[in-house]
Design a protein around this ligand. Structure first.
Ligand code: GTP
Ligand code: MG
Length: 196
């Protein structure tokens, strides 16, 4: 998709604040600092529209981005950030759970993992949980610019094994917001899921 218009319409902390126009939604989940905002910026062809930071845990609300009046990207707070309080973490957890389990417009979730590392316990739990709720998942291995292409197969196999990846119901792609590697494929996945 060639994106010209994008607008951040809502920073929501509860269901009452979600948009009401019924456009399809694609959510982005993943550990803090994994690159959700960077992926959003790459897909919408902007440099720093979704705020990126070296300060993990900065995004603390569900941010809805209206893209070309065709869909919303929903940037979900990064999980697994140690410095937020336990109470804060539980509140995020509830907010995310409420959104993912009850949102009819949600057509799929892009679950980001760091291409270089074994998925964390949180990554595994998130993947299993999405799978349990039958939500179409695209696992995106980010920061792929940091590993050599000759090792992609090995890293992919490792990530899939650690996640207990289901080839029938999920998809997998490498991505880099530095080099834009994988951008068109991520868009294809999104487009095929919002037109379903
Ligand atoms: P939270 O909002 O805290 O949950 O983080 P986030 O998942 O939105 O991460 P963000 O996009 O802010 O990126 C975190 C850091 O990783 C930034 O310093 C980015 O520049 C860097 N980064 C993100 N994607 C890539 C990538 O594909 N390659 C490289 N080399 N760095 C990346
Ligand atoms: Mg972010």
């Amino acid at each position: 998709m060639d994106v010209h218009n994008v607008e951040m319409v809502m920073s929501a902390v509860s269901a009452a604040q979600y948009p009401t126009d019924g456009m399809p939604e694609i959510a982005l989940v993943g550990r803090s600092n994994v690159g959700k905002s960077s992926l959003t910026n790459t897909l919408i062809q902007r440099k720093n529209f979704a705020r990126t930071s070296s300060q993990p845990g900065k995004t603390q609300t569900l941010n809805f981005y209206n893209v070309e009046n065709q869909l919303y990207f929903v940037d979900v707070p990064g999980y697994g950030y140690a410095k937020v309080s336990k109470k804060q973490r539980e509140a995020f957890g509830q907010m995310i759970e409420e959104y993912i389990t009850s949102r009819k417009q949600l057509r799929g979730v892009i679950s980001l993992v760091d291409a270089r590392h074994d998925p964390s316990a949180d990554d595994i739990a998130m993947y299993e949980w999405l799978h349990y709720y039958n939500i179409p998942v695209l696992v995106v291995a980010t920061k792929a610019d940091k590993i050599s292409k000759s090792k992609f197969n090995k890293y992919e196999a490792n990530i899939k094994r650690t996640l207990g990846f289901d080839e029938e119901d999920s998809d997998f792609l490498f991505f880099s917001s530095e080099t834009k590697y994988g951008k068109d494929q991520v868009w294809s996945w999104i487009e095929s899921h919002i037109t379903m």
